[in-house]
Structures are given as C-alpha cells and as structure tokens.
Design a protein around this ligand. Structure first.
Ligand SMILES: *Cc1c(COP(=O)(O)O)cnc(C)c1O
Length: 229
C-alpha cells in the first residue's frame, strides 16, 4: 500500500529534481501539504514524517483540525488557502498563521483588526487573478500595487507575496503564459516590498512548471494524501 509517508518522500524528490533542472536551490521551495477533506490521522502521519506546513480550504474544517492537533502537532504551521467571505475572517485571523487568498482591502482590514493581541502578525499573500477572467477570484494585476501598499500599513499583517491558481490547469500553453506573467508580477512586487519572498503557485499537476516559473511555495494535496472524492 502506498502511504502518505511514501508520497511525501516522492514529492520532495520531485521538488529537488525540478529545482536542480532549473538551477534553483531546493531549500528555497517550501512544500505546503494541502490536507483539506482529509482526516487528522493523515496529518499526524505527515507531521511524524517531518512535514510542518499544512494548508486548509474551509474555515470550519480548518479550525476544528487546528484545535484537535494542538498537542500532537505542536509545530504545525497552518495556511488558509480557500476563498474567504468577510463574515468568516475572525476564525482565520485567530487560528491560522498564513492567509493566501487576500484579494481586497475589506478582508485585509478585518483580518488586521481581528488578529489576537500578542500574536505574531498574520503572514499574507495577495491572490492575483492572472487570466483576467471575471469568474476567478483574485485581484487584477493592475490593482495589486495599491492593495500591497495598503496591507503594508496594517500592523497585524505581514505581506509575504502572491498566490495564484491557474485558470485552465489542463491547458499547458495557457498555464505557461500565466506562470510567466505571474513571475514578472512577483519580481516587480519584491522590488518594492522588503518582506515579500513568497510566490505561492504549483499544485500536484503542475509542480514542475511552477518551480520553473519561480515558485517558492508549492501547494500539494492529492499527490500526498490521495485523491479527494
Ligand atoms: C486543493 C488545492 C490545492 C491542492 O491541489 P492538488 O491538486 O490536490 O494538489 C492547492 N491549492 C489550492 C488553492 C487548492 O484549493
């Protein structure tokens, strides 16, 4: 039987191989294990194999797991990577370490206000809509700079970078175009903001292309935990 532990080892090897192929330092690419819909037992298995960064997509499910795993996975770092309605920001602000899908000032302001006193700042990425299609969430590239400047003014948030989801993951040509654009957008943002070091792109299917395109954080779910129903 193929286990979470085997899968993790295989993914880490893939990251290393891709990094070497594109002359990048494998250490500069963080593996985020996306555990959405998967049970806590799988997360514990990954944790025991050394995995520390975990991503969740649903607020309620994420908070339940974070609370449940406090003692068994004390060093786990939790990333919120799902869409977020403004009436659910409090749970993210209070329980997660990172938030990848900030796409408007209203959400950023609420997270800033709701972050608990004495906690480290919430580490945030702005979700960018690279395809320009209305249906996708994420801010348009033209509005990115303004939002980034506004987030810099919020003391309980630290802007770490940008996150993107490809518009048509199955379309290799389009995917490549989008990733080239996002790489440029990221590099330009990095020039203007000291703390920006994170480009959150790449999932199970497009890991190699994401690493070629400068990803510093790949979000891998099914290739670690198995397919979701
Ligand atoms: C589910 C999800 C992932 C992981 O996708 P896989 O194809 O299972 O690797 C990554 N990022 C986001 C935003 C997701 O929702």
């Amino acid at each position: 039987m193929i286990t979470v532990t085997d899968n993790l080892a295989e993914i880490k090897q893939k990251i290393k191989t891709a990094a070497n192929k594109f002359c990048r330092d494998p250490q500069a690419i963080t593996l985020l294990a996306v555990s959405k819909t998967k049970p806590c037992t799988d997360i514990i298995t990954a944790y025991q194999a050394g995995q520390r960064q975990f991503g969740e997509n649903y607020v309620k499910e994420g908070v339940t797991k974070i609370n449940e795993l406090k003692s068994s996975c004390p060093e786990a770092i939790w990333h919120y990577i799902g869409p977020l309605q403004s009436n659910k920001t409090k749970d993210v602000a209070e329980h997660f370490d990172w938030m990848h899908t900030v796409d408007r000032l209203k959400i950023a302001k609420r997270l800033n206000k709701q972050r608990l006193q004495g906690a480290n700042p919430l580490q945030v990425c702005i979700q960018v809509n690279i395809s320009g299609e209305n249906s996708k969430s994420g801010i348009n590239v033209e509005q990115l700079n303004e939002l980034a400047l506004e987030i810099d003014q919020l003391p309980n948030l630290t802007l770490r970078g940008i996150m993107a989801i490809p518009s048509q993951p199955g379309n290799k040509k389009k995917l490549k175009q989008e990733y080239i654009e996002i790489k440029h957008v990221f590099e330009a943002l990095q020039q203007r903001h000291n703390a920006v070091d994170t480009l959150s792109i790449g999932m199970s299917q497009d890991l190699e292309l994401a690493i070629e395109s400068g990803s510093t954080m790949v979000r891998i779910g099914s290739a670690i935990f198995g397919s979701r129903n």
